[in-house]
Design a protein around this ligand. Structure first.
Ligand SMILES: CC(C)(COP(=O)(O)OP(=O)(O)OC[C@H]1O[C@@H](n2cnc3c(N)ncnc32)[C@H](O)[C@@H]1OP(=O)(O)O)[C@@H](O)C(=O)NCCC(=O)NCCS
Length: 91
């Protein structure tokens, strides 16, 4: 079996969450940086989705360099649109 070549696959971050009483202290940003550093080893880009009812989280990702590149309706929950976000890790 051939080994996958470096940079062939892109990364997908499923979820990060910080317990409510610990938010707004930079922990979310640290978790994101940690995930990006792992993804950087094998991918050019990191994707994630954020739900339409979570504008604060979307802003958080935007301020950390993510751009919306699409929308997927009903991906995880009926009636909820997920915004597809991406960050170019090599820039
Ligand atoms: C989204 C989430 C992970 C962010 O985590 P967090 O630990 O609050 O994130 P940070 O503290 O790094 O950043 C949040 C804000 O805190 C502020 N902040 C960052 N570092 C700070 C510090 N040292 N002191 C005070 N405030 C700070 C910033 O204003 C930042 O706002 P901005 O990034 O929008 O400009 C968190 O709100 C969460 O768990 N939400 C619920 C789950 C969720 O929605 N997850 C995402 C699903 S896709």
């Amino acid at each position: 079996m051939r080994r996958p070549e470096r940079n062939v696959h892109q990364g997908y971050l499923h979820i990060i969450a910080v317990k409510e009483e610990y938010r707004n202290r930079g922990i979310g940003k640290a978790l994101l940086n940690y995930s990006e550093n792992i993804a950087y080893e094998m991918a050019d880009k990191l994707f994630l989705v954020v739900a339409d009812y979570n504008p604060a989280a979307k802003r958080f990702y935007e301020r950390n360099g993510y751009q919306q590149v699409g929308e997927i309706s009903n991906l995880y929950r009926p009636g909820v649109t997920e915004y597809l976000m991406v960050k170019d890790l090599k820039k």
